[in-house]
Design a protein around this ligand. Structure first.
Ligand SMILES: [Zn+2]
Length: 144
């Protein structure tokens, strides 16, 4: 499944449902959507990005993620912003290959967001060193 408005809407719906300032939604290869919110904590070192819950759930299910989007809204704000995955979430999503689509902010787009692949987001991904003759490390390499 390709990243589309439906996935963005799912993330915004999750953000509103939990009254959080950020949420994420991912498409699985079979078209299912998983959503999650960031894990807040008094100890900032214990917090987790909004994508983390959905990523862990997909991994638990043995399912592949094809697209991921994170949305954020400042407190009291009405609209929302699409946030590109942070470096750690890019590392987490790399498990499913360079063609995973992610949402990025695009102020020139009417929607305010656009789609990029992980490879486009990070063309010099360090893990390519471990690709073993391919262009991206396999899931098995990631899990070893
Ligand atoms: Zn992150």
């Amino acid at each position: 499944m390709n990243l589309d408005q439906h996935l963005v809407d799912a993330a915004v719906s999750q953000m509103d449902h939990r009254a959080r300032t950020a949420a994420a939604a991912v498409y699985l290869q079979d078209g299912r959507i998983l959503t999650s919110v960031c894990l807040d904590n008094l100890n900032a070192a214990a917090t987790l990005c909004a994508e983390t819950g959905a990523i862990c759930q997909a991994y638990t299910l043995g399912a592949s993620i094809t697209a991921s989007v994170c949305v954020s809204r400042w407190e009291g704000g009405r609209g929302f912003s699409v946030l590109a995955p942070c470096g750690i979430c890019q590392e987490r999503l790399a498990l499913w290959g360079p063609d995973v689509q992610v949402g990025v902010a695009d102020l020139e787009a009417a929607s305010g967001w656009n789609v990029r692949t992980l490879r486009e987001l990070n063309p010099f991904y360090w893990g390519q060193h471990f690709a073993d003759g391919d262009t991206w490390p396999s899931s098995a390499v990631h899990a070893s």
